[in-house]
Design a binder for this molecule. Structure first.
Ligand code: ATP
Length: 448
């Protein structure tokens, strides 16, 4: 299984999904850059989540709050105190630090050396605002996006004239000074979160928790994550985040074991009541019909974009020893097929001239590329044998490969090849865009 992990990491680098940050200077632990394919896939995940939340549900609106906020926010939220700290042990010999939950025996997992007593280590990243680096200008990069939502609870409620229950969602960067960033993009120090904060009557919190837990699990399945690799884990009280009354982690079975990709939390009135206390603002909700004033409870669903992207990649990754087309010369190679859901695939269409040394074929293929490009994220590729090019596209999950061949020059038709079944159909160029649209919508265009 470990092997699969390194193969995926290597594919990500080789094919332009993910690169280590600042690589020419030796990198920097816990930071990654998303390359041309990675950025497309990330955008797809974010767009799909946004559409799911805002368009497929009632009473949810969006927000984009600033990353840097008043440090008072973090004081009130409990993030500056022990609440948002990992317990850390240091090896007396090699001085590496480990989270307490990573230590199985009381010795260093790296060199076997003795460990120090556990110490609390706050995860907030510090920065200074303004020209003078002094205590008064100290603030923090946000460690979770939701605090920006609580800051705007009243603004959104009043401007949008919302009634409970309603939700506010946001996508944005968060930063945590993780002691031990590891497992590629699973645990990093800079990452993106997609969060929904659902405000409801305290008496309805239980019901909504169940609702959102189910909705979120359904979303992963709708995008092709295999059920056997997905689970919802109830977190016992002593292991919960400091704000959570109830917590379910949605976990994925990564090659290195089960790991959280999303947290569903009942935050109760922890945040709004603390912010009300510290700021002096009344953040209670007034129900006009029942003449009742109270702090709403908050059900939160919080996903890491990178962790979910990594889960989708792991789930889609298949190796086929000897390849799928047993007749070609390359049969001794191991073929990689990335079976990403169509909606997640970074490249939707590849346009390929059958050969590149025939001027008319290349010219026609470039025309076809120009035709499809405004409609779909597309790639033009003429390098190497056609079999090799198909395999290159399979490896990056391209949904449809369009080949321009000699028959195209006679009757203006091209072949469309399905990534998963390798089935081909002939399509008139004038219908090509419509046919590809149908394929991407999931219509059965290829007859297997
Ligand atoms: P963990 O226990 O793995 O540190 P957490 O319980 O602290 O995670 P939450 O605070 O619930 O995580 O954050 C919600 C989501 O944000 C997580 O499910 C995960 O997808 C993402 N996330 C949190 N920390 C990181 C990180 N260091 N790197 C990448 N993603 C992260």
């Amino acid at each position: 299984m470990e092997d699969k992990f390194s193969k995926i990491v290597s594919l990500c680098k080789r094919r332009g999904f993910i690169f280590p940050s600042s690589e020419i200077y030796g990198g920097i632990g816990g930071f990654y850059d998303f390359g041309p394919l990675g950025v497309e896939m990330k955008r797809n995940i974010k767009d799909l989540w946004w559409k799911e939340m805002i368009q497929n549900h009632e009473n949810i609106v969006g927000l984009d709050a600033s990353i840097i906020m008043s440090p008072k926010v973090w004081q009130a939220s409990g993030h500056l105190t022990a609440g948002f700290a990992d317990t850390l042990l240091e090896c007396k010999k090699c001085h590496k630090r480990f989270r307490k939950d990573e230590i199985k025996q009381n010795k260093c997992p790296e060199c076997g050396g003795k460990l120090t007593k556990p110490r609390k280590f706050n995860l907030m990243m510090k920065t200074f605002v303004g020209p003078v680096e002094e205590e008064a200008s100290l603030t923090y990069l946000r460690a979770e996006t939701c605090q920006g939502i609580y800051m705007n609870f009243k603004n959104v409620l009043n401007t949008m004239r919302l009634k409970l229950p309603f939700g506010i969602c946001q996508i944005g960067k968060s930063f945590r000074n993780e002691i031990n960033p590891k497992n590629f993009i699973f645990r990093t120090r800079e990452f993106e979160q997609m969060e929904l904060q659902w405000f409801c009557h305290p008496k309805e919190a239980k019901k909504w928790f169940e609702f959102w837990k189910k909705e979120r699990l359904k979303w992963y399945e709708s995008l092709g994550l295999k059920k056997k690799n997905l689970r919802a884990k109830e977190i016992p009280a002593k292991e919960r985040a400091h704000y959570a009354k109830r917590q379910v982690d949605i976990e994925y079975r990564f090659p290195f074991g089960w790991g959280e990709i999303e947290g569903v939390h009942n935050r109760g009135d922890w945040d709004l009541s603390n912010h009300a206390k510290h700021s002096g603002e009344d953040l209670r909700y007034f129900d006009e019909t029942k003449k009742e004033k109270y702090f709403p409870y908050i059900i939160e669903t919080s996903i890491g974009v990178e962790r979910s992207l990594f889960a989708f990649l792991c789930d889609a990754f298949e190796e086929i020893p000897g390849g799928r087309t047993k007749t070609t010369k390359a049969t001794k190679e191991v073929e990689i097929l990335l079976k990403l859901h169509k909606k997640l695939a970074p490249i939707k269409v590849a346009v390929l001239p059958l050969v590149r040394n025939k001027r008319e074929l290349v010219k026609k293929a470039k025309e076809v590329y120009k035709l499809v490009k405004p409609h779909f994220v597309s790639q033009y590729d003429e390098i190497g044998s056609i079999g090799r090019r198909y395999r290159r596209q399979d490896e990056i999950a391209t949904v449809v490969s369009v080949t321009v061949d000699f028959q195209t020059l006679k009757d203006n038709t091209v072949t469309c090849r399905d990534r998963d079944t390798m089935t081909q159909i002939r399509v008139k160029i004038q219908n090509l865009v419509e046919v590809i649209k149908k394929i991407l919508e999931g219509e059965k265009v290829f007859k297997v």
